[in-house]
Design a protein around this ligand. Structure first.
Ligand code: NAP
Length: 301
């Protein structure tokens, strides 16, 4: 049950900036957690057009907003406007969470660590020592690659339609993570040759949101223990996940990542974790609940 927060003169203000921002589920998750933890705070959406970003950051600073999330299209553009960047933001090349520490705006990125947390929670998948195929080379893939390397993946192969983008991404990480074998390719025979030795496939492309199939991904070649994760969570069961389930593989969609990145941002602002499951339950009450972990029975639905 989502209740209206009681706002007083002491209420701390948090929020999210994006353009558009109407679709964001973060206000639902964050306000539920504030209430469950008994924190006198409120989390609001701020629609900020790209040309207004610098003015908006100045305003948020002047108004002493205590923390905010950052979504498309501001995740990279905001970086030079902040006072400090945490290593998570520098490695991801993007900021999704800003902490206002006594007037100093510090940028973090919780997306990648949210992914790693969701892999553990939803697929019982420990990234350490795993051989990973990461589909996509955009912003989400960059954050994921940084977190996968930090979590000790044995190898990550970045697969992208535009192979030059995958090459650039991999090249920028090689020096920082010498213990992870990093490679780049497109959807080609090289990828097919890797799949039989792959433990985990992660989709970080935008394919799947409109029912698209990912061409050039022969899931039949994966070993039986392989797991397939799709960052897309709308629809909850993409074509990739349906195909993986048909192949008998364990799968999960990106809802867990969405929730986990929000939980990590909440921890950065409030110094404590939200009440267990409160963010996910809030999404369910809001009507946005989808199953994170899918089973073969879901294919029939
Ligand atoms: P992005 O920066 O725009 O990158 C899009 C990626 O998808 C690129 O690698 C692009 O390849 C690839 N792609 C797009 N259309 C394609 C096509 N027709 N065929 C093959 N590849 C195609 O987007 P992003 O911010 O990384 O987001 C990617 C996805 O992750 C989105 O669906 C987003 O909703 C999801 N996401 C989920 C969470 C979560 O919490 N679950 C968090 C962040 C993002 P090219 O380089 O060849 O164009």
């Amino acid at each position: 049950m989502i209740r209206e927060p009681v706002v007083t003169g002491k209420t701390g203000v948090y929020g999210i900036i994006g353009h558009p921002v109407e679709h964001s589920l973060s206000p639902v998750m964050q306000n539920a957690a504030l209430q469950a933890n008994g924190i006198n705070g409120i989390y609001v959406p701020f629609a900020v057009a790209p040309e207004q970003l610098a003015a908006a950051i100045g305003g948020l600073r002047a108004l002493q907003v205590r923390g905010f999330n950052v979504t498309i299209p501001h995740k990279t553009a905001i970086m030079p406007l902040l006072d400090e960047l945490a290593p998570s933001a520098i490695q991801a090349g993007a900021v999704n969470t800003v902490v206002n520490q006594a007037g100093c705006l510090i940028g973090h990125n919780t997306d990648g660590d949210g992914l790693v947390a969701s892999l553990k929670d939803d697929l019982d998948c420990s990234v350490a020592d795993s051989k990973v195929v990461l589909l996509g080379a955009g912003g989400a893939a960059r954050g994921a690659l940084a977190a996968l390397c930090r979590a000790g993946a044995r190898s990550v192969t970045v697969v992208n339609r535009t192979v030059s983008a995958a090459d650039t991404l991999v090249t920028s990480f090689v020096a920082d993570f010498p213990e992870t074998l990093l490679q780049a390719c497109c959807f080609d025979p090289f990828l097919a040759g890797l799949l039989p030795q792959t433990d985990l496939v992660i989709n970080a492309t935008s394919l799947g949101m409109a029912g698209e199939k990912i061409e050039g991904m022969p899931l039949a070649l994966l070993p039986d223990h392989a797991k397939v994760y799709d960052m897309v969570y709308t629809p909850p069961q993409t074509q990739l996940l349906q195909d993986a389930l048909s192949r008998g593989l364990q799968t999960a969609n990106g809802l867990g990542m969405l929730v986990a990145q929000g939980e990590l941002a909440y921890f950065l602002w409030h110094g404590k974790a939200p009440v267990a499951d409160v963010m996910e339950n809030a999404l369910a009450s809001f009507g946005s609940c989808v199953r994170k972990v899918l089973t073969a029975a879901d294919i029939a639905r």
